[in-house]
Design a protein around this ligand. Structure first.
Ligand SMILES: Cc1cc2nc3c(=O)[nH]c(=O)nc-3n(C[C@H](O)[C@H](O)[C@H](O)COP(=O)(O)OP(=O)(O)OC[C@H]3O[C@@H](n4cnc5c(N)ncnc54)[C@H](O)[C@@H]3O)c2cc1C
Length: 567
């Protein structure tokens, strides 16, 4: 510790002396050493890409370094996996198709939302709250636990009665792990070249190295609470059971304090961040290749709407999304190409209906109301065929998001419809949808899908198959931030924690490292330093056997289904 302080002290003294030296020799500020703007290409306009641009602009402007930021985005919109669709195509009813919530400790998103003037709302502010129970946990044959809408003390009492001290132990564990994770946000860990190294320094490797089930057991969290409550959370958040997902992500799933979203859609944070960065944003533009020139610059080839290829030269390139789904060829090839890892296949089905969730589908009395959010878990005696098995429920979650006004035929009046979201590993059949809405099943054929249901029962729908997050196997190494000189990567953080916030953190991290490398460059020009980049060393060899092949590892990129029925 003492030697770190001494070396930090020496560093500051040297930096000050060097800048005085410069000033004395040249009588000009640091930025004037090279007034040619740094040209930076960012591939991807999601959380990672937009926060790279946002942070880079801040740092460069503060230091007076001219920078030109160009963002390439192959989709027609900004936000990546954070995007909305409009119920009935009506902009008054946007709903999240991808990332829907963030929490109070997500400081990058919380601070940016405040600084960029966005309106933050409680995540479930629009939920109708008509049922007694807000959340029920279904194991395929019964509700094993439910939370009442209003009775906080009743909920707490039931939790402790059923699970003993496990909720308290979990809360303490969450607090501890979140505290350790937040060390990544500050010096001396931030910015980090090696995520593996930062994870070791933050003492988080024992959490990522074991399954959620093993990690919770090691921390004295009772198995009933783990299976019924924590697993319901890992399933809705990551489509994964506790035997599969690693301990860190399992615990993070329980850090739900102050769950919020942005009015109009979370993508607005990334849109606003890009505007603030003054980046030139090219949507509908796919980057196809990066050529690393011998002078250290990069030639980026891109296609606008699959038209002819155009090429531009940059000083730095940031790949801000999973490289394995980018389709970018890099030449000469990287010393280490990030490993392809399996991603989850998640079917998201959004639809509106005049019907409430049918209590009888869940074995409740016909006059009862089903919980508005239904999470799922595995029953106690269930022997999964593999660790990814969804089990007898067949789906991960069903949420009632809000109500909307649906115009009625031949009338000025409107009818109240409910908007639902289903997460499932397979595309839901019409029979399943009919079942949960309590409809007669006779009129649906066995291979029918939601679009085949009557418009009187399903007034609007939107389906999408996503690869939303990796299969979060236990692991101890993570991809580095610098893939080659000048080629940066934000996607490595996804197998550590996969959220909008962590991608934003990685964007900020990459921007800060890049900026620091420019400052080193200036010193290199002055002959005061010899190395532009600290060497990125993997601290452990990647244990490839950890990536067992339970999902097809050669996944395609997210394919939107054609909407079967959009009115
Ligand atoms: C259904 C769903 C629910 C989720 N729920 C939550 C949640 O509640 N909370 C949460 O925090 N997170 C959630 N997530 C995860 C979250 O969305 C992601 O972790 C985060 O948005 C990833 O951001 P990113 O910038 O790293 O990647 P992305 O958002 O994937 O952005 C990468 C971008 O790069 C673009 N791109 C790729 N290749 C090219 C190319 N060659 N040329 C040009 N552009 C290219 C892509 O089109 C994409 O827009 C959810 C995700 C999904 C899908």
């Amino acid at each position: 510790m003492a030697s770190r302080h001494i070396s930090l002290f020496l560093y500051f003294v040297l930096t000050i002396l060097l800048s005085f030296g410069n000033a004395a020799e040249q009588q000009q500020p640091l930025q004037a050493v090279d007034a040619t703007p740094k040209k930076v290409a960012i591939i991807g306009a999601g959380a990672g890409g937009s926060f790279t641009a946002y942070q880079l602009r801040k740092l460069a402007d503060e230091a007076g370094i001219p920078v030109k930021i160009t963002v390439y985005e192959r989709e027609s919109y900004v936000g990546g996996r954070s995007t909305t669709v409009n119920v009935f195509g009506d902009p008054a009813y946007p709903i999240e198709l991808g990332a829907s919530i963030f929490v109070q400790v997500n400081y990058n998103l919380v601070n940016a939302s405040r600084d960029l003037g966005l309106t933050v709302r409680s995540a479930d502010y629009a939920r109708p709250q008509e049922a007694d129970e807000s959340i029920g946990i279904w194991d395929g044959s019964q509700f094993v636990f439910s939370l009442k809408n209003t009775y906080k003390w009743w909920n707490l009492g039931r939790l402790f009665w059923r699970y003993g001290l496990a909720p308290l132990r979990t809360q303490n564990l969450v607090k501890k792990i979140v505290g350790q994770f937040l060390r990544l946000y500050e010096e001396p860990l931030f910015p980090f070249n090696s995520l593996s190294g930062a994870a070791i320094a933050a003492e988080l490797l024992n959490a990522t190295a074991s399954s959620g089930a093993a990690f919770l057991h090691a921390n004295d969290v009772g198995s009933l609470f783990a299976r019924e409550i924590i697993q319901a959370s890992t399933r809705v958040n990551y489509g994964q059971n506790l035997q599969l997902i690693h301990g860190l992500e399992s615990v993070v799933c329980m850090a739900t304090d102050g769950a919020v979203s942005i009015e109009g859609g979370n993508w607005r944070i990334f849109d606003a961040a890009l505007s603030a960065s003054h980046a030139h944003v090219n949507v509908n533009t796919t980057v196809t290749g990066i050529i690393r020139n011998s002078d250290g610059t990069m030639q980026v080839s891109s296609k606008l709407n699959a038209a002819s290829t155009s090429e531009k030269t940059f000083d730095e390139v940031v790949v801000a999304g999973p490289l394995q789904y980018s389709g970018i060829s890099i030449s000469p090839s990287l010393d280490h190409t990030p490993d392809e890892i399996p991603y989850v296949n998640l079917h998201v089905t959004l639809f509106s209906s005049p019907h409430r969730i049918a209590p009888q589908y869940f074995g409740l009395d016909l006059n009862a109301r089903a919980p508005e959010t239904i999470l799922t878990t595995l029953p106690e005696d269930f022997n999964p065929e593999n660790k990814a098995d969804v089990g007898p429920s067949g789906f991960w979650s069903i949420s009632t998001l809000r109500t909307v006004d649906h115009p009625t035929v031949n009338s000025e009046e409107t009818e109240q419809h409910y908007v639902y979201k289903i997460f499932s590993p397979e595309r839901p059949t019409a029979e399943f949808i009919a079942g949960i809405l309590g409809l007669e099943k006779d009129y649906v054929s066995s291979n029918a899908t939601i679009g085949d249901l009557s418009k009187n029962d399903v007034s609007w729908c939107h389906e999408k198959l996503w690869n939303p997050y990796p299969v979060l196997y236990p692991r101890v190494t993570f991809e580095d931030t610098l893939l080659a000189p000048g080629v940066w990567y934000t996607g490595g953080i996804e197998s550590f924690i996969s959220t909008m916030e962590t991608s934003a953190l990685m964007g900020r991290n990459v921007a800060t490292l890049m900026f620091q490398s420019w400052q080193k460059d200036v010193r290199v020009n002055d002959g005061a330093a010899t190395e532009k980049f600290p060497k990125n060393e993997s601290l452990y060899q990647l244990p490839h056997h950890l990536f067992r092949d339970i999902f097809d590892p050669v996944n395609t990129r997210p394919i939107p289904y054609k909407c079967m029925l959009t009115h």
